[in-house]
Design a protein around this ligand. Structure first.
Ligand code: COA
Ligand code: AMP
Length: 633
């Protein structure tokens, strides 16, 4: 079936469409219906089915005779090592870890935090939780102790599984002191921690609380897969919202398995035995969906890549991995391709590798600029497919579905809505806009299987953040338009979220950190254009009246504070001190106008501005730090 008839089949009978997709999954008790709308506008899927994610991702492939197929390849240029795990080996390891967790009292519904770098054990930890119905929450390694502490207090884990360190190209990142600091800071304390000791930095263990990864599992009886209800939470993944308090996106078990499995064939064009690679991190949703769960559920080989697009050792790494492991579909963020392009503009390194097995490159996580797409198309001579989705949805909202037959590519567009998503562009009053008109992008409820049913411990916030503004719709937080052919264009966020190197960050959260500096009276953080990372955060600081502090010192301290409170991932490196911030007469900071000035883009003087002269002061301050050079608006 092609895209058009597939989408039409879903539109005609969504219930039948998803029940059919559910047939590809092994159920302990098959669901009798797909949608549960008894609590609308909160929806759930496959609620009366019983199922286990780990069975579908691991055991069923062994049971089907594919135990010897490689399930996971760990390719780690930063440690100069490779490791292959078959499905049978993966099952043994996951069952033993799950058994050890169960022996220490972890039961269905208990939360387990996973704080690990890109090692196969991170996937094993996720799958072991799924095996016994525990709810994992993976925290990205680039976050500081404070961010980890916030997540510990929100999800209250019984256990934390962590590694002693992560390895960045320029340094070994000691995870254990961050973990210890986070536990000390958090009000909730886990019962125990399990630490994977890596030889690059072995950590000191806290007696009575920490156990070595291998000792922990010694003698443990392997655990069986525990069937859970279709709406049982598979995991919680925290993502940035408008404030410093992250949103705990809940992933429902059955819809997740069904939707991911469907997407592997239809969107990514892969199936049993194919090698699939998403070069992301397990700490992000791409890592959850397309490094761990989807490729394994679909019976593919997945690659856990511990390296960077450039510098490990150079811009040929992606092509080397694709050639060496026979990758069929490859997924990364546009920023990674921009990094490769910067180091190898003529794509000379591509020619050194046999990429004949590669069918397409998929890009997501941020807007894919036409230059980057065209460069990659020329370099690879393959389709380059932009697709759009979010932590909240867990799988693509819009894509050019390779497995259903590619549609014509339109540069700058992530193509068309996938089945399950009725995407509309709305005006402020919630009325659908005609093609070509820019508005808020919303999805008609219900969202499809696999998407978030709620936020962890925060149903009110879920309703307020996503459902309240446009009744009957899910508000994506993105703005854009649809063209005459139904292609979507995602142009900007409608909230205070910025996207730095494919990482979603909250400027509101960063402002909370800056406001905590003793000399800062008022502040603002904006995302300015960055040729490599898409956006880059920039702070404006107003100091306390009468402060005689050296401005450069305060900026340095604020940069350090951000690294300490949010972590290196915030990539907050620039700020300038100003006397006042531009505001409307009602006191709202004019962040969008400041972005235009910094980017040297034209803007209309806001009608409600309190004092237009402040904009000249902002421009002058930006010019002092090398920005707003050509700002003439
Ligand atoms: N653990 C600890 N620190 C980490 C980390 C981790 N897992 N990941 C990143 N960091 C640190 C980096 O070391 C860096 O620290 P520094 O300020 O001391 O240099 C900082 O966080 C910013 O990292 P990063 O965003 O990776 O920037 P970079 O300049 O090192 O590399 C790119 C630039 C473009 C190569 C890189 O951002 C990249 O590979 N991006 C792809 C992103 C991606 O896959 N996103 C997932 C969505 S699909
Ligand atoms: P995250 O939840 O971290 O995956 O970030 C999701 C956000 O990233 C989306 O809401 C968009 O703002 C942005 N995004 C992701 N993919 C794309 C894309 N293909 N084009 C434009 N923006 C994107």
């Amino acid at each position: 079936m092609d895209y058009k008839s597939t989408y039409a089949a879903w539109q005609a009978d969504p219930e039948a469409f998803w029940m059919e997709a559910a047939r590809a999954i092994d159920w302990d008790r098959a669901p009798t219906r797909a949608l549960d709308d008894s609590h609308a506008p909160l929806y759930e899927w496959f609620t009366d089915g019983m199922v286990n994610t780990c069975w579908n991702a691991v055991d069923r492939h062994v049971a089907a005779g594919r135990g010897d197929q490689v399930a996971v390849i760990h390719d780690s240029p930063v440690t100069d090592s490779r490791q292959h795990l078959t499905y049978a080996e993966l099952r043994t390891r996951v069952a033993r870890l799950a058994g050890a967790l169960a022996a220490r009292g972890v039961v269905k519904g208990d939360r387990v935090i996973i704080y690990m770098p890109m090692v196969p054990e991170a996937l094993e930890a996720m799958l072991a939780c799924a095996r016994i119905g525990a709810v994992h929450s993976v925290v990205f390694g680039g976050f500081a102790a404070n961010e980890l502490a916030v997540r510990i207090d929100d999800c209250r884990p019984k256990a934390i599984l962590a590694a002693s360190c992560g390895i960045e190209p320029a340094r070994v990142v000691a995870y254990k002191p961050l973990l210890d600091g986070a536990i000390e800071q958090a009000r909730h304390k886990p019962d125990f921690c399990v630490i994977l000791q890596r030889e690059q930095q072995v950590a000191a263990l806290v007696a009575g609380r920490d156990t070595d990864w291998h000792e922990f599992q010694q003698g443990a009886a392997p655990a069986d897969c525990l069937p859970v209800e279709g709406n049982h939470p598979a995991y919680i993944l925290y993502t940035s919202g408008t404030t410093g308090a992250p949103k705990g996106v809940v992933r429902p078990t059955a819809g997740h398995i069904v939707a991911l499995n469907w997407s592997m064939g239809a969107v990514y064009g892969v199936g049993i035995g194919d090698v699939f690679w998403a070069a992301s991190d397990v700490g992000w949703v791409v890592g959850h969906s397309y490094i761990c769960y989807a490729p394994l559920i679909a019976g593919c080989t997945t690659i856990v890549f511990e390296g960077k697009p450039v510098g490990t050792p150079d811009a040929s790494t992606f092509w080397r991995v694709i050639a060496e492991h026979g990758v069929k579909s490859f997924f990364t963020a546009p920023t990674a391709i921009r990094a490769v392009k910067r180091d190898d503009p003529k794509a000379e390194l591509v020619a050194q590798y046999d990429l004949s097995g590669l069918q397409a490159l998929f890009l997501a996580g941020e807007r894919a600029d036409p230059d980057t797409i065209q460069w990659a198309e020329r370099a690879l001579n393959r389709p380059v497919i932009d697709h759009w989705w979010q932590t909240e949805t867990g799988w693509p909202i819009a894509a050019n579905p390779l497995g259903l037959g590619l549609l014509p590519v339109k540069l700058g567009s992530p193509c068309v809505p996938m089945p399950g998503y009725d995407v509309q562009v709305l005006d402020e009053g919630g009325h659908p806009l005609p093609p070509g008109k820019l508005g808020a992008i919303a999805v008609k409820l219900p969202l499809p299987p696999g998407t978030l049913p709620t936020l962890w411990n925060a149903e009110d916030r879920f309703r307020k953040s996503y459902l309240a503004h446009f009744p009957g719709y899910y508000e994506t937080g993105d703005a854009g338009y649809v063209d005459e052919d139904g292609y979507l264009y995602i142009m900007a966020r409608t909230d205070d979220v910025i996207n730095v190197a494919g990482h979603r960050l909250s400027t509101g959260g960063m402002e909370e950190v800056l406001a905590g500096h003793p000399d800062v009276a008022e502040c603002a953080v904006i995302g300015i254009s960055d040729a490599l990372k898409g956006q880059s955060p920039l702070g404006f600081l107003c100091l306390n009246k009468g402060s005689d502090r050296d401005h450069a010192d305060v900026v340095r301290e604020c940069v350090a504070l951000m690294r300490d409170r949010i972590g290196p991932v915030a990539d907050f490196k620039r700020a300038c001190v100003v006397d006042r911030l531009p505001k409307t007469r009602s006191g709202k900071i004019l962040r969008a106008t400041m972005v235009c000035i910094a980017d040297g883009a034209a803007f209309k003087m806001p009608a409600t501005i309190d004092d237009p002269a402040i904009l000249d002061e902002i421009r002058a301050a930006l010019q002092q730090i090398g920005l707003a050079r050509n700002a003439g608006a």
